[in-house]
Design a protein around this ligand. Structure first.
Ligand SMILES: CC1=C(CCC(=O)O)c2cc3nc(cc4[nH]c(cc5[nH]c(cc1n2)c(C)c5CCC(=O)O)c(CCC(=O)O)c4C)C(CCC(=O)O)=C3C
Ligand SMILES: [Fe+2]
Length: 405
């Protein structure tokens, strides 16, 4: 296995060439004094479930029936989302890696939807004497939910706490195609494929034509997708109609080229919410499994390409629902791990921090697709939501979050 992995990793082409489009959205290295690890947040017990779901869906038009349904996923886990423990582990791992490299930047943790909330965390950072914050999120791609909403929540928090003008908050680039994020998926896809081959008694790859690699990511409203990568002055047209889809396709292609160029793969979606008449990205993973089973597919490697850790969307929608669908259809399936606290991922996150700092600066910006390296400051209005403009940071022409004492 280790030789197969070595070969795969060597095959993955990591470029440090600068993309002239995203080069325009780069910031010079600066002297940050703290890191904000920003995440989604999740309930810590049964009593938190409904208030958490209300926070998530505030103003987003998600029907009550969907909330009721999703509450059962959390209830089945004792009302505790795995995401908070995973973020505590990630924070500890980041602290360890920073310390090992002699980088004296404290890491604070703040969430969009549950305690510790972002506004309180920013206030604490300020009270502790910090003035220049670099934000890292647990979200790798470009769309409203994974990039702009984080930047808005910082904008809103700075406005509400009165910290605008006092606390600078910048953000590292979306890191979907940073090798630190992609390499754990290369490793996992390779291992997953070997396991599925074993399950089909075809370790030599003789039944690879019956195996499908399914790259799974969060579905989003088609309207949100169409706004992803459509900021002012963005000159590119994206494959699949949006930066969100294009980034996943490019990543999947890079991984498959390194792991198993002959095996067929598809990009599929999961965790759709919203009202039934509102279009979201498709196909849903379960529908797709039903569609490919009659074509003779006997094995599936499910790669949770859209996710950073094994939180509820992975634990429920993939490990519970999609694996059950595979069982019903007689498909041997393996779910590949998310990057989580994989040492390569943690080191990659610290490299992303170093891209932006004066001390310990890393000038090269590695990326495995030709879409990146992504913007530090996105084009104006990128991923703009039709529900109206909110204060936002890390965007061209925006001064919020950029000034300090
Ligand atoms: C793109 C994307 C990511 C990946 C990027 C990233 O990681 O940020 C993501 C992650 C997550 N989504 C999560 C949970 C939920 N997402 C919901 C609802 C929604 N997600 C959306 C998109 C995304 N979501 C969208 C467009 C909605 C509709 C409402 C809205 O537009 O806001 C709802 C409401 C109920 C429902 O409808 O499912 C819940 C409970 C959790 C926490 C899991 C845990 O607790 O372990 C995580 C990490
Ligand atoms: Fe979500």
């Amino acid at each position: 296995m280790s030789t197969a992995l070595d070969t795969a990793l060597e095959t993955l082409s990591i470029s440090t060439a600068l993309n002239e489009v995203t080069e325009a959205g780069r910031l010079d290295p600066a002297e940050y004094d703290a890191i904000l690890l920003a995440s989604f947040g999740g309930p810590e017990g049964q009593d938190d479930v409904i208030p958490f779901l209300r926070n998530v869906t505030r103003g987003r038009g998600i029907p009550d029936e969907r909330l009721e349904e999703v509450s059962h996923h959390y209830r089945a886990f004792g009302g505790v989302s795995p995401i908070n423990a995973q973020n505590r582990e990630l924070k500890a791992a980041l602290e360890g890696e920073l310390a090992a490299r002699g980088i004296a930047l404290p890491v604070y943790w703040g969430n969009r939807n549950w305690d510790p909330f972002i506004p309180e965390t920013l206030q604490k950072m300020y009270d502790d004497g910090h003035r220049r914050v670099l934000m890292l999120t647990t979200s790798a791609y470009t769309c409203y939910s994974s990039c702009r909403q984080y930047r808005e929540d910082i904008g809103i928090a700075l406005t509400e706490t009165g910290l605008d003008g006092k606390l600078q908050v910048d953000k590292v680039r979306q890191y979907f195609d940073h090798p630190g994020f992609v390499l754990p998926f290369v490793e996992g896809t390779l291992e997953g494929l070997q396991k599925v081959r074993q399950a089909l008694d075809a370790e030599d790859g003789s039944r690879d034509s019956e195996i499908r690699v399914l790259f799974a990511t969060h579905s989003i409203p088609t309207r949100d997708a169409e706004a992803a990568g459509r900021g002012e002055g963005e000159p590119r047209e994206f494959e699949g109609g949006s930066a969100y889809v294009a980034q996943h396709l490019a990543n999947a292609r890079a991984i498959m080229a390194a792991v198993a160029p002959a095996v067929e793969w598809d990009l599929v979606y999961q965790s759709r919410s919203g009202a039934p008449h509102v279009p979201w990205l498709e196909p849903d993973i379960n529908d797709h499994l039903e569609a490919i089973a009659p074509q003779g597919v006997k094995g599936a490697v499910i790669v949770p390409l859209g996710f950073v850790s094994d939180h509820m969307e992975v634990a429920w929608d993939l490990d519970t629902e999609a694996l059950e669908t595979c069982g019903e259809l007689g498909i041997e399936a393996v779910r590949v791990p998310t990057p989580g606290t994989h040492p390569t991922f943690v080191a990659g996150l610290v490299d992303l921090i170093c891209e932006r700092t004066v001390e310990h600066h890393i000038a090269e910006r590695p990326h495995v697709t030709d879409l990146g390296p992504w913007y530090d400051v996105v084009p104006a209005g990128d991923c703009r939501n039709f529900r109206g403009d909110k204060p936002v940071i890390a965007e061209a022409g925006v001064t919020l979050g950029t000034t300090h004492d």
